[in-house]
Design a binder for this molecule. Structure first.
Ligand SMILES: Cc1cc2nc3c(=O)[nH]c(=O)nc-3n(C[C@H](O)[C@H](O)[C@H](O)COP(=O)(O)OP(=O)(O)OC[C@H]3O[C@@H](n4cnc5c(N)ncnc54)[C@H](O)[C@@H]3O)c2cc1C
Length: 450
């Protein structure tokens, strides 16, 4: 391999490999054999062949912000870093599409869309650095998932290099397509285990004309959860409906103060967007529902600057909590929205039962909760309790009809729990798909399942 690639495309020294030995998930670490920055499809095909002949495997990687260990190398892995494939290949205002390379950041896509007064809604908290390839890999969501959906809803097509060396194009610019199985959808959320994504065709939508943000604070977590369920029951679908508990609010306020009420147990941050009159109506109706749940305060952001301040503060929730303990694990369960209060209550009970500090923030309108476990890798007893508490939360979410992951994927971190969510025949079907596409287990092995 050293003979085939220039020094600038290959990392092999122990020190250079360190940043590619982990992702944003605590507790997982493994150094790769090498890191390769391919400059062409031919490079990718060459390295696939090399891996086959040398009993190695390949981990496609974006920015490594995965929160499920999906971008952590396993034994004999070559990391294929796609970050230099970051160009916009075509903007098509007639079809409202953008063709991009997978290493482009989510933020750069949003900025490009804005140049045409268009909008790319998926917005993971990591949007400034996460790549579209990684977003596709995890079918990433974000704050606007409630109204606008997730990455899958904006991918119209993609070019993929299969483990057998075939280069295929899936999808097209059409708004409708009923021709056979939707193969592109198989690759969205496949965590680099089925193919290497080399181009992505994205759908853009018109930019909403106006937005307004409400902050509502509550005396208990449960009441805030019930208010959320009531908003959904009233068939109100704002563009964002976020939840922060007191621990998260305190951390944010000491990290990047934004005026969140520190004394309240829970805050809902709600955004309505669209036509100005529709936004006004929606805000009025949401406020009416909120008032029925005894809020301590309802505040409407007065101007775009205040709105931005609140959202920027919300987006640093994980970074702010990460300062609170030596090892911080962010989880991602999702439940039907009618069960939010039950799930929140259970998390509080589990936190007490296992004597583990758990903060919670959530894409509440999606039913997607992020319990954040404050641990310490050096304290074995504490970490054992953390993992037992985590397992109990996963099992309870499944019992409520939920899922172990709403947006972060399975990776290494949750593969142990996937079989609890699927019946054995369904689980076997997942494994069969991997076997058909990657019989030699070349791509990101050990992720999703063993
Ligand atoms: C502070 C913070 C906030 C976050 N907030 C959110 C959030 O709000 N919502 C959310 O959904 N996630 C969130 N995440 C998780 C993470 O940022 C997303 O999963 C993101 O999409 C990962 O992008 P990446 O470029 O870092 O991908 P990586 O971590 O490098 O890779 C992720 C997966 O995609 C695969 N992959 C990457 N590129 C390719 C490719 N070209 N071809 C095939 N497979 C590929 C990898 O193999 C891996 O399995 C957050 C993470 C952090 C650290």
């Amino acid at each position: 391999m050293i003979d085939h690639f220039p020094e600038s495309s290959l990392l092999i020294s122990k020190e250079d490999l360190i940043p590619y030995s982990f992702d944003a998930t605590a507790t997982f670490y493994h150094a790769p054999l090498a890191v390769l920055f391919p400059s062409s499809i031919e490079d990718i095909l060459w390295v696939l062949q090399w891996a086959k002949s040398n009993h190695a495997c390949i981990l496609p990687r974006g920015s490594g912000t995965s929160l499920s260990g999906a971008a952590v190398p396993q034994k004999n892995s070559i990391v294929l870093s796609m970050t230099k494939w970051n160009k916009i290949l075509e903007a098509d205002p007639y079809n409202l599409t953008l063709l991009v390379e997978p290493g482009i950041t989510t933020q750069a896509v949003q900025e490009e869309a804005a140049k045409f007064s268009l909008f790319y809604p998926p917005d993971p908290g990591s949007y400034k650095i996460s790549t579209i390839g990684g977003n596709v890999g995890h079918n990433s969501g974000g704050i606007r998932g409630l109204k606008y959906g997730v990455t899958r809803n904006y991918v119209l097509g993609m070019e993929v290099v299969l483990p057998n060396g075939q280069v295929i194009w899936l999808g097209n610019k059409c708004v409708k397509d009923s021709a056979g199985y939707s193969l592109k959808d198989l690759f969205i959320g496949s965590e680099g285990t089925l193919g290497i994504v080399t181009k992505v065709l994205l759908r853009l939508i018109p930019k909403p004309q106006e937005r307004q943000v409400i902050l509502a604070s509550f005396p208990t977590l449960e009441v805030a959860s019930e208010a959320t369920s009531a908003i959904i029951k009233a068939a109100l679908i704002p563009s964002a409906l976020e939840f922060l508990d007191q621990k998260t609010i305190e951390c944010i306020e000491s990290y990047s103060p934004a005026g969140f009420p520190k004394e309240s147990q829970a805050v809902l941050l709600i955004e309505s967007d669209g036509h100005p009159q529709a936004v006004r109506d929606e805000i009025t109706r949401i406020s009416q529902v909120l008032k029925q749940y005894g809020p301590l305060e309802i505040r409407i952001a007065e101007n775009p600057k205040q709105q931005e301040q609140l959202w920027s503060a919300r987006k640093v929730a994980f970074s702010a909590l990460a300062r609170k303990a030596p090892t911080v694990l962010l989880e991602d369960v999702t439940v039907p929205r009618s069960s939010l209060a039950q799930m929140i209550r259970k998390i509080q009970q589990i936190s007490k039962a296992y004597a583990v500090e758990i903060a919670v923030y959530a894409h509440m309108g999606d039913g997607n909760l992020h319990p954040v476990f404050l641990g310490d890798e050096k304290n074995k007893d504490l970490m054992e309790r953390v993992f037992r508490a985590m397992k109990e939360i996963f099992l309870y979410a499944i019992k409520l009809g939920g899922t172990i992951t709403g947006e972060h994927g399975v990776g290494l971190a949750k593969k142990e729990f996937l079989a609890y969510q699927y019946k054995s025949e369904e689980f076997q079907l997942l494994k069969n798909i991997k076997k058909i596409l990657d019989p030699e287990n070349l791509l990101n092995p050990g992720k999703i399942f063993d």
